[in-house]
Design a protein around this ligand. Structure first.
Ligand SMILES: Nc1ncnc2c1ncn2[C@@H]1O[C@H](COP(=O)(O)OP(=O)(O)OP(=O)(O)O)[C@@H](O)[C@H]1O
Ligand SMILES: [Mg+2]
Length: 557
């Protein structure tokens, strides 16, 4: 979604909720701190004015004590300002992370699949982290600059008259609005380019490390080295350009401050010569201008971060506003699977209907094989049966109850989908099996593995069931992974098992093992198997063929 920076700021500020009070305190404390910091040179000016003979009714001792107290208080207030800012920022980051996780949980699997996994990771970590900059270092500085500037203009007006107040206002606008805007224009693109190139560089470096075996096997190290040197030099050039611009931006801010100070001094001289205001007031007003640039000048440092923050914020807001395709059911009915009737089912993805007409029935103890060419929509049917995808029309009735009236938890407890490639977590084998049934006992786990013909293999491993499965199950062959998936299915109490290609990418031996396991499975449960494999089809009670979105019975010879 395209959002203007202003809209993003409003949306982020609205996320403050009750923390808005903490933010108000932070802003007040911050403004007071800055004003006290400005008070030190102003009190100094007061002392000098008294020394040169101006009529000032405060003793040197009081001026001295006030200056010391202002300085000390400035330190204390600065601490609390930062304390509140970070308290708000980190509380909000935690809340935002929770909201992001809830949004992710609500989104269906298909949508999550379509988001690049790397992108999601960036969103949950870096993007949300970046918002700290907004809450702790952007929002309150802007408000503080506004408050202190208004105070500055009012003080100068009362001390030195309208012309000086006008110069003060102009100075603040130039330093706090115009200069940051110019700097933003200059830094925005190079900053984004630098960050993009930096993350690209990291990604390609990571990719090369992952593919190190291929690089060695094809003796491609020279090419890779040249590639990396090229990328590195490109990154350095981009960084140099951005740094040069940053230095120029800082110089522009300082130059503006100096120019405005000179203009203010000119106005001071004219005001004294023309006797527009009292000499003491004008001089002290001048010191006020010089000493209150801090908050507005700090706004000049914002642009280089701001564009980046807004990009991150936009991605976070997109996720938070994303609506799930399928909303979970919580107040519906619970079922104990007995039979399933699918009638004239049509479903698919946003822009295309993949399944046009599917009708079949299955009950406990039956096995159906679904066959069809790659991309014909077999997996899509399985997703519809689990309501991972919403149907467009037709009926999916479990025990005669429409799928949309069944509680999501109950549906998931009754229907188990074993994916084409079961995911193996980087933990022990026991942990990987307990994913399917957290309360399973060791005996149950071993029995399930024995039925899935994987028990002997596991106890042969150095630490048996406590052996770590390695990153993404790298210790297991594709057939072994499928058998772990089947063991998970045995551990589930649900009576309908959906198997997506249980025998693809496995050799004849593993296929034989898996098929005999399936015979075990079909004895007690209803099984729908998606497969290209003729031998799988042979042992199913019913074989259905999916072609052009239409499901038809296949006559088996
Ligand atoms: N998330 C998605 N968004 C849009 N289209 C999708 C999505 N997932 C799958 N498709 C499309 O839907 C069609 C059916 O996909 P599906 O995965 O159901 O096929 P399949 O029969 O299981 O294929 P295979 O045998 O290769 O696993 C394909 O054309 C695919 O490109
Ligand atoms: Mg598939």
């Amino acid at each position: 979604m395209n959002r203007s920076p202003f809209k993003i700021m409003i949306a982020l500020a609205l996320k403050l909720g009750r923390l808005v009070w903490a933010m108000a305190i932070a802003i007040l404390i911050g403004s007071l701190g800055h004003l006290l910091a400005s008070a030190v040179p102003v009190l100094g000016a007061l002392a000098v004015a008294k020394m040169v003979g101006f009529d000032i009714n405060i003793s040197y001792a009081v001026i001295g004590i006030l200056a010391v107290c202002s300085g000390a208080m400035r330190g204390v207030l600065r601490y609390f300002e930062q304390y509140f800012n970070h308290y708000i920022a980190f509380k909000l980051l935690a809340t935002l992370r929770n909201s992001a996780f809830s949004s992710l949980r609500a989104l269906d699997v298909a949508r999550l699949e379509s988001k690049k996994k790397g992108g999601l990771l960036t969103l949950l970590t870096a993007d949300i982290e970046t918002l700290e900059t907004f809450y702790a270092h952007t929002l309150s500085p802007i408000c503080i600059a506004l408050l202190t500037s208004i105070t500055g203009v009012v003080v100068v007006w009362s001390l030195a008259g309208a012309p000086m107040a006008l110069v003060t206002l102009l100075s603040y606008l130039l330093v706090g609005v115009v200069t940051p805007y110019i700097n933003h224009k200059s830094l925005n693109k190079t900053g984004a380019k630098y960050r993009d190139s930096f993350s690209e560089f990291n990604a390609s470096f990571l990719d090369d490390i992952k593919g190190i075996r291929e690089i060695v096997a094809y003796n491609a190290k020279d090419i890779k080295l040249r590639e990396m040197q090229y990328r590195a030099s490109e990154l350095v050039a981009i960084a140099r350009n951005h740094n040069m611009r940053s230095v120029r931006a800082a110089a522009l801010t300082n130059l503006t401050i100096s120019m405005m100070s000179i203009i203010a001094l000119t106005v001071v001289i004219v005001s004294i010569e023309q006797q527009l205001s009292s000499m003491g007031g004008v001089i002290i007003g001048f010191v006020v201008i010089l000493s209150t640039f801090g908050p507005v000048a700090s706004l000049s440092a914002l642009p280089s971060n701001l564009a980046h923050t807004f990009k991150s914020a936009s991605r976070v807001l997109d996720l938070l506003s994303e609506m799930p395709d399928v909303s979970p059911v919580a107040n519906g009915e619970n079922i104990e699977f007995e039979y399933l009737d699918v009638k004239n089912l049509a479903c698919g993805y946003k822009d295309k209907e993949i399944i046009k007409d599917a009708t079949f029935s299955i009950k406990k103890g039956q096995t159906i094989a679904l066959i069809g060419e790659s991309g014909s929509g077999k997996t899509t049917i399985l997703k519809a049966l689990l309501r991972i995808r919403e149907k467009n029309s037709g009926d999916i009735l479990y025990n005669g109850i429409d799928i949309s009236s069944i509680n999501t938890d109950s549906l998931l407890d009754n229907v188990t989908l074993i994916n084409q490639t079961p995911y193996i977590f980087d933990d022990t084998i026991e942990y990987n099996l307990k994913v399917a049934a957290p309360d399973a006992t060791q005996t149950e786990i071993e029995a399930a593995c024995a039925r899935a013909a994987i028990h002997d293999l596991i106890i042969g491993l150095p630490q048996g069931y406590l052996t770590r499965a390695g990153m993404q199950g790298s210790c297991f062959s594709s057939g072994e992974r499928k058998r772990i998936g089947l063991a998970r299915a045995f551990l589930r109490k649900g009576n309908l098992i959906l198997l997506d290609e249980p025998t693809s990418n496995v050799d004849a031996i593993n296929e034989g093992i898996i098929l005999s396991t399936l015979k075990e499975l079909k004895k007690e449960k209803a099984v729908i198997i998606v497969s290209h494999n003729k031998s799988v089809a042979a042992f199913a009670d019913i074989v259905l063929k999916l072609e052009n979105g239409v499901l038809t019975p296949l006559n088996q010879d």
